[in-house]
Design a protein around this ligand. Structure first.
Ligand code: KIV
Ligand code: ZN
Length: 507
């Protein structure tokens, strides 16, 4: 089938709004901008950058992302009130393609218990919201929250009304992940047959994954006529998450024969985007995660390996290269030299200024002293770290650990705090606990450890260890990431990075 005859599906990415609002996925401003720039490279059609009225952090992120991306739609979520719409416009006024994403709940349970509104009041609010938003926005999307559990007659009425008022996209969310593919297909077909002028607007869907159907439901919606899919990288989002962008895009691409549609996503950027989000949030996807999990392209069983060697398509329906996963890993080492490093950085898709390159090269050389073979994953880890600038109020000078069986762990750490050296020691429940206690004492802050994870970044017993901590300081959570071939050092670095973030206004 020729691509010209195929239907184009728009990808609306809500990683920075629905994804970011899930526990454990909070990002600071520079992290959000970094993700947005990568989403632009990935080729999504719309970036939902936040909910402008929800917090100053969301507001600033929408504004900064609008300034930092090119000719791509940037959206803010907003309720149908004037206050929300004004705030969304304030955040989006510099965007090249601003979109407002208005929503109001339409199901009986939401109307009665959450909004305490009648259907007529919700309808009036929706119509007035769209009318008011039109003063500022040309591109208006309207969502009927909890559409799937709403009365279909009422949905028909409200969607018909907002289209008449100027909405260009109508979204039919499965807010609580309740529907099934067949049911959703019929639901959308019925709405399509009932809503006046629906053929002049985009039909969008937004599926949550509570029953594990988010991707299947989104794909069923395409079959029923949806033209926009709302999704997130790695499927992050409220509760069990949203439909995973990479799964939808690769399903459409791999099964063009069945779906007869395409997206504008550059699939080769999928792995990089997924890894960037994992590195920034410190939340790794499970190894068997479709498309981007570590095992997604691994063939362990002998019979599979044999088949693959004879003919790749025996067990592989898409190639690792198609998602930007390089199977021919080039390994660098101490003697590879600066040229090879710079070439690899470029090949991995990074564009660094000369200062960033110097810092990254120094980190690479440092790593080569500790580790014989440096893999792409190590370089990714270095670069994702080195390109995030956090002022170092606190710096690690040296540390010494004394621990063993039946010996209480003691950490002695020298820190440079605001230029002055301070050395202290603490005993703890293991070397990591002892180290964290010293830093807490030295910086004289009340710090609560909320989360602590440690992962190996690459292969081998000298693998680079990545530690991620989340600290509560002055009632706010800060995430820090540390890298080292020594896991204690990685943990100390992560703790210090989170402490350093608490000194600056990071939202
Ligand atoms: O899940 C949902 O219904 C939403 C809307 C605001 C679109 O996130
Ligand atoms: Zn949602």
């Amino acid at each position: 089938m020729e691509e010209m005859e195929m239907k184009r599906i728009k990808i609306f990415d809500t990683t920075l709004r629905d994804g970011e609002q899930a526990p454990g996925f909070t990002m600071n401003l520079s992290e959000k901008v970094k993700i947005a720039k990568q989403l632009e490279k990935l080729g999504v059609d719309v970036i939902e950058a936040g909910f402008a009225i929800a917090s100053p952090g969301d507001f600033n992120a929408i504004r900064e992302i609008s300034r930092n991306v090119g000719n791509i739609s940037v959206a803010s979520l907003a309720r149908t009130t004037k206050l929300d719409i004004d705030r969304a416009w304030e955040a989006l006024q510099f965007a090249k393609k601003p979109r407002i994403h208005l929503f109001i709940a339409t199901s009986d349970v939401h109307l009665k218990h959450k909004l305490k509104m009648t259907k007529d009041e919700a309808l009036k609010s929706a119509v007035e919201g769209v009318r008011y938003a039109k003063r500022f926005f040309d591109d208006i999307e309207f969502s009927a929250e909890d559409a799937v559990r709403s009365d279909i007659g009422f949905l028909t009425e409200i969607f018909t009304a907002v289209i008449a008022e100027g909405a260009k996209t109508i979204n039919i969310p499965d807010t609580v992940g309740y529907t099934t593919p067949d049911e959703y297909y019929t639901f959308i077909k019925t709405l399509k047959s009932q809503i006046t002028n629906i053929e002049h607007v985009e039909i969008s869907v937004h599926c949550h994954n509570d029953l594990g159907f988010a991707v299947a439901n989104s794909l069923a919606a395409i079959k029923a006529g949806a033209t926009q899919i709302e999704c997130t990288i790695n499927g992050i989002g409220e509760r069990a998450g949203n439909a995973a962008l990479e799964e939808i895009v690769m399903a459409i691409d791999t099964r063009k024969d069945y779906f007869n549609c395409y997206t504008n996503v550059d699939t080769k950027q999928i792995m990089k985007t997924s890894k960037l989000l994992q590195n920034i949030t410190g939340v790794k996807v499970q190894p068997n995660k479709a498309i981007v999990g570590d095992n997604a392209f691994a063939h362990e069983a002998g019979i599979h390996q044999h088949g693959m060697l004879q003919e790749r398509t025996t067990y592989e329906i898409m190639t690792p290269e198609s998602i930007g996963l390089e199977m021919s890993k080039i390994i660098l080492g101490k003697h590879s030299g600066r040229h090879a490093f710079v070439d690899r950085v470029k090949a991995l898709g990074y564009v660094l200024d000369s200062t960033e390159l110097e810092t990254a090269y120094a980190a690479f050389i440092d790593l080569c002293d500790k580790k014989k073979e440096v893999y792409d994953a190590d370089i990714d880890a270095i670069l994702n770290k080195e390109t995030t600038h956090i002022p170092e109020v606190v710096k690690l000078e040296t540390f010494m650990i004394h621990s063993g069986k039946h010996i209480p762990a003691t950490a002695t750490i020298s820190l440079i705090i605001n230029g002055a050296e301070l050395t202290d020691a603490s005993v703890g429940d293991g070397p990591v606990d002892a180290s964290f206690k010293v830093i807490e004492k030295s910086v004289n802050k009340a710090i609560k450890l909320i989360d602590y994870k440690i992962n190996a970044v690459s292969e081998g017993k000298d693998a680079l260890g990545e530690a991620v901590v989340v600290l509560k300081i002055d009632d706010k959570n800060y995430r820090g990431r540390g890298l080292s071939t020594d896991v204690i050092e990685a943990s100390i670095n992560a703790y210090i990075e989170a402490v350093n973030k608490s000194y600056i206004e990071i939202n």
